[in-house]
Design a protein. Structure first.
Length: 210
């Protein structure tokens, strides 16, 4: 098998793949996301997620030697047609949460996969509706103090401390974490890569009688 490379610094994406039995190599693209976003003022949130994912995958693919499968992902939260990435500051995070509380938005994750040995590539966007709960001022301050919400699209997580503030999702939960496992499996299949061939070890038996 060629090298499997995740072009992302996201620990949540890496953890999601590891939990699915896949151990990728991580190479961070260092794409200037803000500059790329600024250059596409007319892009819809889902288009933006896909462009960013492709930019990450292409930059890393151009830097590696030998055959490799490179996976690029990027997530954008959409509310009322507006795209929201990482909030970057506490004030911005709070402002967004006040808009989101008690409402539903859509988390778009773009996926772009490149086979460097053939230069074939494929991509897709997976979208999941997220129903947000409500947060008190103290809960906002406590959550911000952890630093977690400033590093993720929309300012919340599903798999971390922010999961308690999400009332529910419609669609693929792994997509909200930042990498849709079903979508990625389909994209890899298009490139001739069988998902189960990537398992680094046998999956854990979920039917343990204990």
């Amino acid at each position: 098998m060629p090298r499997l490379i995740l072009a992302s610094r996201s620990p949540a994406r890496l953890h999601t793949l590891r939990a699915a039995g896949i151990e990728p190599e991580v190479i961070v693209s260092d794409v200037d996301e803000e500059a790329l976003e600024a250059s596409m003022p007319e892009a819809t949130p889902d288009q933006l997620a896909l462009v960013l994912a492709r930019a990450k995958a292409e930059k890393v693919a151009a830097s590696v030697d030998g055959p490799a499968i490179v996976i690029g992902c990027d997530s954008v939260f959409e509310l009322d047609g507006t795209a929201y990435g990482k909030p970057q500051s506490a004030d911005v995070a709070k402002q967004r949460w006040r808009q989101m509380m008690g409402r539903a938005g859509t988390l778009h994750t773009g996926h772009h996969v490149i086979d460097t040995s053939t230069q074939r590539s494929t991509s897709a966007v997976s979208s999941t509706v997220v129903h947000m709960g409500t947060m008190s001022e103290q809960e906002m301050d406590d959550y911000l103090a952890t630093g977690e919400p400033l590093q993720v699209a929309g300012g919340f997580t599903l798999d971390g401390l922010g999961g308690a503030f999400v009332d529910g999702v419609e669609g693929d939960p792994s997509n909200v974490v930042g990498i849709s496992l079903p979508t990625l499996r389909r994209l890899l299949a298009e490139l001739g890569v069988r998902w189960t061939s990537l398992w680094s070890e046998p999956p854990i038996d979920q039917h343990d009688p204990r």
